[in-house]
Structures are given as structure tokens and as C-alpha cells.
Design a protein around this ligand. Structure first.
Ligand SMILES: Cc1ncc(COP(=O)(O)O)c(C=O)c1O
Length: 435
């Protein structure tokens, strides 16, 4: 039986429109803000998903000590670094052998390689990180956005996931991969265990591969938060991808890692990704392997740094959340990572008076007239009409290294003048936007 509701759903299941051309919107906005700031404009930059914190000095020591490592070495990484990553996963209830691990220059190339080697189309939470859609396109796949549930982002709503699979198959497509992100970019939330289990059940029923992007896993705002990886529930069909770009603010050093299942299919996938690696990036740079081996071993000073920085990320994200809520937006309370994703739908009437009618006009109004740089939801695959944007709160720690260090050290980072001023700038901008 084809009910009206089913017909509406089918109309709503549309392939994500995504361009793999041009520079990623995240990077493009960052460059635009840099140009405008250099020209003297005052902008509170919340538009770039980077942890603006200094390099932890022991990491720089490892990098210098590794400078002599100029041989190519094994594609997947040396045994030492793979064993360190295996230990990292084992401490997170994921028993792992070094042979299951593959290192790469960032998690981005690993995520693309996975899409290149695994057949079938891709299901993405909507909204989701800007890169998954264009990567699917580069891999010649169709990508389908699936709405996220009320309580968090980074995972598709389980019922909507089932529907989308059915409709996509009905249209002749072959969805076989789901990408999950927890904690999530853009919503700054992590998925509760019951939702992870539900998604895993759908994956079992529908024979799907789960790619679990856990690059923000060590940035849970509540140190006692119960995080469940899908790899704990359905280990044979989950690849976990992680890296040091976010938790240790090493985006420019490009260190990523993937953990593959121990099944024959998992081993085949690892070998196929290694084959792509051997033709594209060869291996993770030797000095970076020294850094990664040290960081993934998690000596006490690294654990302390992760804990302290997670607290800073949580404090500042919560402060921005309070501001957007006070401005009248809806927003999921941030629980992980360093983002908030407000929805100004309740203020659509007021915003229309300022010519703001969709995500792009909201983004333009904020940067051009109110000095706030954010990235509209449409760039994350959200509805172009939605009045939503992502604010990357990790950009608020300061523009100089001294300011950033002060934010890391402060008992109350919100009381530091440079942080307080930036927060006041956001508050004033949003008051003008909505008032
Ligand atoms: C969800 C997510 N995955 C992966 C990445 C990229 O990480 P890497 O620097 O390891 O390529 C980002 C960076 O913004 C991200 O937000």
C-alpha cells in the first residue's frame, strides 16, 4: 500500500546535491576571513573547524627527534606506531592488533580511500561534515542524506534510515555504506548508546558497512560520559577512523588512523586501502609517525592535556550555546567537540525583515553586517532554506599563541578579556540580527 505519507517521504528522499569542484567551503571561508581581517575588518571568526591551540611542547620534541626518519617505510606505518594506535583503541574497549591499523596523512584520505574501495552508494546523516558528500562524488557514488534525530547529530534517525534505504533501492540505487560521526561536526553532540545500537541493528538487517568517524572522541565535555562506538556492537562491519587534528590541535601535521575488522572482509578492505595509499600518499611521513607513536601511547602528560583541553572546549561551546538560546534560537546542547548548530527558525519573521530568508543569506548577513563568520547549514547538506549555521567555538581561544595558552591555563577562560570580548561581540551581533 502506498500511503500519502509514504509518497511524501519518497519525495523527500533525494540524492544530496554536492559539488566536488572548488575548494571546500570550510577552507574557502577561512581564507576569506583571513583576507578581510588582514584588511582591517573586525570579525569574530566562528567559521572554521579547527582547534586554535598551540602545539603541546612534547609533541614538537618528538617531531624534532623524528626528523632523521627520511625513509619511505611500510605503507601502513611502522610496527611501533601501529601498535601504539592498537593500544589506544584497546583502552577504549576495542581490543586491537597492530595489523588492524593503518596510518595516513590525516583521516580525510582514509575516508576517501574507504569510499573508493567499498562498493555501493553512501548514506550520510543530514547535516554532516562538509567533506563526506564531495568524497562520495569523487568516488563515483550516490550520496543520500538522512535526517538526524532530535537528540543529537552525527547519526541518521533509524526510522528515516530504513525508509531512505528502501526508497533508494526502489530508485535503482545500492546504498551500502553509512558514515557516522560521534561526537559530531556540525552539531557538537555525541550519539547516546541506544541510538548507536539501533543504527547497528539496521546495519545488520540491511548488510551495511559502518564508517565511524571518531576524530572528536577524546573531546567529550563530561569526563564521565558513556561513549559507545559501533565497533563495540558490530565489530565485523565497522571501520573506525580517528586522528590527532582535533584532540591535540594538530590539523596541519596531518595524522590519521583507521582500525579495520579482523574478518577476511576487513583484512581485504585494509589491503585495498593500503593499495590506494601506496599509489597516492605512500605512507605517513616518518617524523609524524614518531609524533603519533608517542601521542597514541597516551603517557600521563598527554592524558592530562586531553582532559584539560576537553574542559576548555566544553566551557566555551556552552557559553556560545547560552548566547544563541538567549537570542531566541533552538539548539541542541553541545556535549562533544567544539561546535554549536543553532536554528533560527523561531525568528524567521524577524529575520525576513532584514532580507534573511535562508542559510546563505543568514551567513552573509552575519559576516557582512554583524562581523560574525559562520558556515550555513546548507554546506553540511542541510535544507538550503533552513536558518541554521555551524559556529566553531574553538576559534575563540585567541588569535595569538599567548592568548591561546592563557585560555588553556585559566580556571575560568570566559573571564579572560579576549574571550569575553569575542563572546560579547557574538551577543551584540545576534541581538542586532534578531532585534
Ligand atoms: C568529522 C571530521 N572528520 C574528519 C576531519 C578531518 O580530519 P583530518 O585533519 O584528520 O583529515 C574533520 C575536520 O574538520 C572533521 O570535522
Amino acid at each position: 500500500m502506498d500511503t500519502g505519507e509514504q509518497r511524501t517521504r519518497r519525495r523527500n528522499v533525494r540524492e544530496r546535491e554536492t559539488s566536488a569542484r572548488g575548494i571546500s567551503p570550510n577552507l574557502a571561508l577561512d581564507q576569506l576571513v583571513a583576507r578581510r581581517q588582514a584588511a582591517g575588518e573586525s570579525i569574530v571568526h566562528l567559521g572554521f573547524g579547527e582547534s586554535r591551540l598551540p602545539v603541546f611542547p612534547p609533541l614538537a620534541d618528538r617531531l624534532a627527534a623524528g626528523a632523521d626518519r627520511n625513509a619511505y617505510g611500510p605503507v601502513a606505518g611502522d610496527h611501533g606506531v601501529r601498535a601504539a594506535v592498537a593500544g589506544y583503541f584497546a583502552r577504549r574497549r576495542l581490543p586491537t592488533e597492530a595489523a588492524q591499523v593503518l596510518l595516513a596523512p590525516g583521516s580525510k584520505p582514509l575516508l576517501l580511500a574507504l569510499q573508493l574501495v567499498h562498493p555501493g552508494d553512501v548514506l550520510l546523516p543530514s547535516p554532516c561534515w562538509v567533506t563526506y558528500g564531495p568524497q562520495a562524488k569523487l568516488a563515483g557514488k550516490h550520496a543520500f542524506g538522512v535526517p538526524i534525530p532530535e537528540e543529537c547529530g552525527g547519526v541518521p534517525d533509524p526510522a528515516a534510515l530504513r525508509d531512505t534505504i528502501r526508497v533508494a533501492r526502489g530508485l535503482g540505487h545500492d546504498p551500502r555504506i553509512v558514515v557516522l560521526t560521534s561526537p559530531d561536526n556540525p552539531t557538537g553532540t555525541y550519539a547516546p548508546a541506544h541510538l548507536v545500537r539501533e543504527i547497528c541493528a539496521v546495519a545488520e538487517e540491511e548488510d551495511l558497512l559502518l564508517v565511524s568517524d571518531e576524530i572528536y572522541r577524546d573531546i567529550l565535555h563530561d569526563p564521565d560520559a558513556e561513549f559507545l562506538s559501533p565497533a563495540e556492537v558490530v565489530p565485523d562491519r565497522t571501520i573506525v577512523v580517528t586522528g590527532l587534528s582535533k584532540s591535540l590541535a594538530l590539523g596541519g601535521w596531518r595524522i590519521g588512523a583507521a582500525r579495520f575488522p579482523t574478518t577476511p572482509a576487513g583484512e581485504r578492505m585494509r589491503d585495498d586501502v593500503a593499495s590506494v595509499a601506496s599509489e597516492v600518499w605512500s605512507t605517513l611521513a616518518g617524523p609524524m609517525q614518531s609524533v603519533a607513536e608517542y601521542a597514541f601511547s597516551e603517557p600521563p602528560e598527554i592524558r592530562d592535556r586531553l582532559r584539560d583541553d576537553a574542559r576548555l572546549h566544553g566551557t566555551v561551546a556552552k557559553a556560545v550555546y547560552d548566547i544563541v538560546i538567549a537570542a531566541g534560537a533552538l539548539c541542541r546542547p553541545p556535549t562533544g567537540g567544539f561546535y554549536v548548530y543553532p536554528d533560527f527558525e523561531p525568528l524567521r519573521g524577524e529575520l525576513a525583515g532584514q532580507g534573511v530568508t535562508d542559510g546563505d543569506s543568514l551567513q552573509s548577513r552575519l559576516i557582512d553586517h554583524l562581523g560574525i563568520a559562520v558556515l550555513a547549514g546548507v554546506h553540511f547538506g542541510d535544507d538550503p532554506k533552513a536558518l541554521r549555521f555551524r559556529a566553531a567555538t574553538s576559534m575563540l581561544y585567541g588569535r595569538t599563541r599567548d592568548e591561546q595558552r592563557a585560555a588553556q591555563r585559566a580556571m575560568d577562560p570566559l573571564s579572560l578579556p579576549h574571550v569575553a570580548d569575542a563572546l560579547a561581540g557574538i551577543e551584540q551581533g545576534l541581538t542586532k540580527l534578531t532585534g
